[in-house]
Design a protein around this ligand. Structure first.
Ligand code: SF4
Ligand code: SF4
Length: 95
């Protein structure tokens, strides 16, 4: 009878951005900061206009209309560089 080693599955990484601190209702415009994006070697984050805004006319200079989204969480190496560089402590990583 052959021995089959059970390998533990790597838990999924969950990255959360607090939009009350950055973008949306926060005081930081992610376009002026972007430290998390620059710190992240695997390029997990994207910066984009907020989808579903109720405003009819989007002001491209309004910080509430832009946000950072961790779109490729599966690429995260859990280096925590983004958490360290974020001046607003807006990023939480769990796994
Ligand atoms: S922990 Fe590291 S790899 Fe993961 S999102 Fe942050 S900077 Fe990128
Ligand atoms: S580092 Fe923090 S404050 Fe700066 S853009 Fe990223 S989430 Fe926003």
């Amino acid at each position: 009878m052959s021995k089959i080693k059970k390998t533990k599955k790597k838990k999924k990484t969950k990255i959360k951005i607090d939009y009350t601190k950055c973008g949306e209702n926060g005081k930081v415009d992610p376009r002026d900061c972007g430290f998390c994006m620059r710190a992240c070697d695997p390029a997990v984050f994207v910066m984009h206009e907020t989808i579903g805004t109720e405003k009819k006319q989007i002001d491209p200079h309004d910080p509430q209309d832009w946000r950072i989204t961790p779109i490729w969480e599966s690429l995260c190496s859990r280096c925590f560089k983004c958490v360290e560089v974020c001046p607003e402590n807006a990023i939480t990583i769990t796994f």
